[in-house]
Design a protein around this ligand. Structure first.
Ligand code: GDP
Length: 694
């Protein structure tokens, strides 16, 4: 299958930015200038091309990654949308995973804002090369060099301007291109979309020369031969600068900086030139490696065997499930069958779509480096690897943190019950950090996610996309209970009053097991003292009791129950009678075995600037947490520790306000631990009052 665009002319990029820096506007201008979007809609008109989800427009934040392909000067650019909100860092992570390079976007007034720091550090982890764009140069207070400095000091990056602005705020007229050493003056009559190329104005010659030298020197440092040539000749050619700038950017030694005003259409086309000239092509990244067999490596090449990563699932009104994939090696053809090595399942490839801003193009085959949406991969989930069954590979799976918060949910109207269930499962399919379960104890549907805002948006989507209005309960932690000491005793269930009698009698022994060992039932009855047919009834009775523990009504874990002895009645004994005897017997004994409440303990990692470390440590101590280590990464302090989940509600807000939003955290479930007695008693008391303990 011949490819349309050579691999060297493919760019897979994303835009990372703080909310409001202008990501939507820049994306939209990119799509406009690349000729695929025919209307210049403004964000306030709600017509922006990328922000097609209604609530995104209303909230003004971008939640979902969508990959949009456009063409710029023979190059095919796939623009992967990355959200800017702190609660959606998982969305950012997954897009960073499949990009080859990124545009880091800053507001010329706001500069390097907290969320830009978080995203920057995330992208450093994925080793993504970046170029920066200082947007909103037309705003009062725009300070290009201030932002350049912020990138250097706050992010520790070697920011190197490749253009400098001519004027600022309402006097922002153009840019000096430090590579051609020409001035580009944006034409007002074409609303900034075109420009005149003139000589650098007299009053800017000195500054231009200074920044040109800076650019050449910073780049030349990367190449000894060129450095020598530079010292000999005092300058480099345009071609040499481009080539060295590209090399220095791809190796992440420098971050080239552009500027403009997306809103006024200025500077975006120069940025696009930068993207194709500086950022890497897909085959310039290192070969991908199989996690299960490091010797199994694949180059980004159409002639290699297929390997692809599913990074996003979305449901489309007309086509159903769409799976966004990035092809690393080989070719994927429509109508064929591939192997999902993560699920160990064959998957049928239906249609393959290249997504443009305003249309979907069905293609026969996707080739290495492509980012496309596929119809028909029924069992494929986010993070799965697609390959060939006879030549398997496992790409590094994406790690999704376990949901940390749960709420009960029910439809406002009973008629919507079924619709709600279906909608929730669709949403869970799309979003690996969102899960749905059914609580047997309370007969409630429980949804779990990454934060309160996350669940709020789910509830909002239920309403808008599925027409289901839902009511939610309060956020809850999933506790467990167990007994800590051995207990032995007997229980007789005997009823003679009216009709047929009931008789079941068991002698049980309860023993605690080590954490994580689960439940074990042992039958030690001898001599037929309980007939064989009733033994499973006894086990069943105990298992019923486990689901809703006698202490606080939470599931019972890690117990060994031995059926020691008992007795029966020829006429009155039954399956049912033994179930009751065992269930009640277990409950009584459990309360004699010094029951204990267990709570999920989360391991937490907080990334914070040095100056806030004391306060961050304080927040962990105040939450019954313990600090395990403190490190440093990229100029930031990393605090790791263990904290009970029950203390973590509202933590992102606390952290945000305490550190002016500059610290970020992630946490995941580690294990269950005993809740301190006094706190446990409070929880139990509340559960009893709420009728949750039966
Ligand atoms: P996002 O949250 O990063 O997607 O930012 P938007 O693209 O939604 O932009 C946020 C606000 O800034 C909107 O009101 C835009 O119209 C405005 N904006 C975006 N780019 C510019 C610009 O270059 N200059 C000015 N003055 N405003 C801009």
């Amino acid at each position: 299958m011949a490819r349309k665009v050579p691999l060297s002319k493919v760019r897979n990029i994303g835009i990372m930015a703080h909310i409001d820096a202008g990501k939507t506007t820049v994306s939209e201008r990119i799509l406009f200038f690349t000729g695929r979007s025919h209307k210049l809609g403004e964000v306030h008109d709600g017509a922006a091309t990328m922000d097609w989800m209604v609530q995104e427009q209303e909230r003004g934040i971008t939640i979902t990654s969508a990959a949009t392909t456009c063409m710029w000067k023979d190059h095919m650019i796939s623009l992967i949308d990355t959200p800017g909100h702190v609660d959606f860092t998982m969305e950012v992570e997954r897009s960073l995973r499949v990009l080859d390079g990124a545009i880091a976007l800053y507001c010329a007034v706001g500069g390097v804002q907290p969320q830009s720091e978080t995203v920057w550090h995330q992208s450093e982890r994925y080793e993504d090369p970046k170029i920066a764009f200082v947007n909103k140069m037309d705003r009062i207070g725009a300070d290009f060099f201030g932002v350049v400095k912020g990138i250097q000091t706050k992010l520790g990056a070697n920011a190197v301007p490749v253009v400098i602005p001519i004027g600022a705020s309402d006097q922002f007229k153009g840019i000096v291109d430090l590579i051609t050493m020409k001035a580009l003056i944006f034409k007002e009559e074409t609303q900034g979309a075109e420009w005149d190329v003139i000589d650098i104005p007299e009053d800017m010659k000195e500054a231009a020369a200074k920044w040109r030298n800076n650019l050449v020197e910073k780049c030349a440092e990367q190449d000894e031969a060129l450095l020598e040539k530079y010292f000999e000749n005092g300058d480099l050619t345009e071609k040499e600068i481009w080539s060295i700038l590209r090399k220095a950017t791809c190796s992440r030694h420098v971050v080239p900086v552009y500027c403009g005003s997306a809103f006024k259409n200025k500077g975006v086309q120069q940025l696009l030139d930068g993207v194709i000239k500086i950022l890497p092509a897909p085959n310039e990244i290192p070969p991908i490696v199989c996690t299960q067999n490091p010797a199994n490596q694949r180059k980004v090449d159409d002639n290699e065997v297929l390997s692809a990563l599913a990074f996003k699932i979305m449901s489309d009104k007309h086509m159903g499930k769409l799976t966004y994939i990035r092809i690393y090696s080989g070719t994927l053809e429509a109508g064929t069958t591939v192997w999902n090595s993560t699920q160990q399942k064959k998957q049928r490839v239906g249609r393959i779509l290249r997504m443009h801003a305003n249309r979907q193009e069905a293609i026969e085959a996707a080739v290495s480096g492509d980012i496309v949406a596929v119809v028909g991969l029924q069992d494929t989930k986010t993070g799965d690897t697609l390959c060939m069954q006879d030549n398997e590979i496992h790409l590094e799976a994406m790690e999704f943190p376990a949901p940390v918060i749960s709420i009960s949910i029910k439809p406002a109207s009973n008629a919507d019950n079924e619709k709600l269930g279906e909608a929730l499962h669709r949403l869970a399919d799309e979003d690996p950090t969102f899960t749905v379960s059914f609580d047997q104890e309370t007969s409630e549907t429980i949804i779990s996610g990454m934060g309160e805002l996350h669940l709020e948006i789910i509830v909002d989507r239920l309403k808008r996309e599925f027409g289901v209005i839902a009511e939610v309960g309060r956020p809850e932690v999933a506790y467990r209970e167990t007994a800590t000491t051995m207990a032995e005793g007997s229980y007789k269930h005997a009823k003679q009053s009216g009709g047929r009698g009931q008789y079941g009698h068991v002698v049980l022994k309860l023993e605690p097991r080590d954490p994580g060992q689960g439940f074990e039932f042992i039958n030690a009855v001898v001599g037929g003292r309980i007939p064989q047919e009733y033994i499973p009834s006894c086990e069943k009775g105990v298992i019923q009791a486990l689901a809703c523990g006698p202490y606080a009504g939470y599931p019972v874990v890690d117990m060994k129950v031995t059926l020691l002895d008992g007795s029966y009645h020829d006429v009155d004994s039954s399956d049912f009678a033994f179930q009751i005897a065992a269930r009640q017997g277990f409950k009584e004994l459990f309360m004699k075995g010094n029951p204990q409440l267990l709570e999920p303990i989360m391991s937490i990692e907080v990334t914070t600037p040095d100056e806030f470390m004391g306060s961050v440590n304080g927040t962990i101590a105040q939450r019954r947490g313990r600090i395990e280590s403190m490190d440093e990464r990229g100029g930031m302090k990393i605090v790791r520790g263990m904290v009970p989940l029950s203390e973590m509600f509202g933590y992102s807000n606390t952290l945000r306000s305490l550190t002016q939003g500059r610290a970020s955290f992630s946490m995941h479930f580690e294990h269950y631990e005993a809740v301190p007695f006094s706190i446990a008693e409070e929880v139990v008391e509340k559960r009893r009052k709420g009728g949750k303990v039966r």
